[in-house]
Design a protein around this ligand. Structure first.
Ligand SMILES: Cc1ncc(COP(=O)(O)O)c(C=O)c1O
Length: 355
């Protein structure tokens, strides 16, 4: 039988995340290895009644509270919630991308940017890292041309944790404005890295910030991302979106969480303590490490990185992220959590990699 298949979708090669991770010690996907306090989760679950489940999602109450939570003068008109920032990326590339025209990102970066380019028929322009894991802002600027419709900066980038200065961002904004493009600043790892470019998203006409509740907020299962920009850009994104793609359970958990900023503060404190402790312990033992500025670090094992990752999984039920590409093949990426979570990891890692 012959039927039509969109050729961009047909020709995109996808590798989906591994399954069966429940019960494993998860340091592979930049989640919180431990999750939110159980009392908090239990208290929110009590609110999920048959009536609650029977009603279509209503994001506005959460969005109004979230605007106040963010500060910086953010209002309801500056926001829209999406089914994970994953979905926000799709919406933004659909809305501001043009078939055959360029989307500039660094490489390597979060894969959903190139995946969506491929699916939507946008031309991905990857700007490569240097061998020393730095990225040249001049190369990014050079990649922005009359054909560019979107420039993506992850601040910090995943997996290579570089960050951008205000001066660098301002140069990118100026160049994108010149060529009629928008800048997406993905702040998935905000809170692990304190600086934000939120003010640019509110002030400029072509800047968009993305946030997620999957990382510090520890709600990856719920799927909640946020697009923050000026009201005109938000209007376009809403026009293109699905009506009910953000579910009520995600909105409820997020609303209750931001109502208790002490829980958020404690998550920040624990993660910072855990990361600092972990890096120090490794460095004491002579390991090369890189603080990737998010809730993840690179560690260079003494033995082959793929072998170490495979043995951690097989012998210790511990998941990490090794890399196939030339630039990162010597490292494993390890998600960080509390000091307790990092102690468990370190003990197992040292047993396998030897002291
Ligand atoms: C930079 C970046 N953006 C977006 C995402 C997607 O997050 P989510 O769809 O869970 O909000 C990730 C996930 O790892 C990420 O690293």
């Amino acid at each position: 039988m012959h039927y039509y298949v969109n050729e961009n979708i047909r020709d995109t090669y996808r590798v989906f995340p591994p399954q069966g991770r429940y019960g494993a010690l998860r340091y592979d996907m930049n989640e919180n290895p431990e999750g939110l306090p159980k009392e908090f989760v239990d208290s929110v679950l009590k609110e999920i009644t048959p009536e609650f489940l029977s009603i279509y999602p209503e994001p506005d109450r959460f969005l109004n509270k979230y605007a106040a939570f963010l500060g910086h003068g953010v209002t309801y008109d500056n926001l829209t919630a999406t089914n994970g920032s994953d979905m926000a990326i799709r919406y933004l590339l659909e809305t501001f991308g043009e078939k055959g025209k360029d989307v500039v990102t660094v490489s390597p970066s979060f894969e959903m940017y190139w995946v969506n380019c491929s699916i939507l028929g946008l031309h991905h322009v990857p700007v490569a890292y240097e061998k020393d894991l730095t990225i040249s802002i001049d190369k990014i600027l050079d990649a922005i041309t009359e054909n560019t419709r979107i420039v993506v900066l992850l601040n910090p980038n995943n997996p290579v944790g570089n960050v951008y200065t205000e001066e660098e961002l301002e140069k990118v904004i100026a160049k994108t404005r010149e060529v009629g493009a928008v800048v997406i600043i993905d702040e998935a790892y905000h809170y692990f890295y304190d600086k934000t470019f939120l003010d640019y998203a509110l002030r400029e006409d072509n800047v968009i910030v993305l946030r997620t509740f999957s990382k510090l907020m520890s709600l990856a299962a719920c799927r909640l991302g946020i697009v923050i920009s000026n009201p005109e850009i938000i209007h376009y994104v809403k026009n293109g979106r699905l009506t009910f793609d953000t579910n009520s359970i995600a909105l409820l958990f997020a609303e209750r969480l931001i109502e208790q900023p002490e829980i958020v503060e404690e998550l920040i404190r624990q993660e910072k303590e855990g990361k600092a402790w972990f890096l120090e312990e490794l460095e004491k033992r002579g390991y090369w490490t890189k603080d990737c500025m998010g809730n993840f670090v690179f560690v260079k094992p003494r033995h082959d990185a793929h072998e170490v990752a495979a043995r951690l999984e097989k012998e210790k039920n511990i998941l990490t992220h090794p890399y196939g590409n030339e630039l990162l093949k010597e490292y494993i990426r390890v998600s960080v959590g509390s000091k307790q979570a990092m102690k468990i990891f370190l003990d197992a890692f040292l047993e396998i990699d030897g002291e």
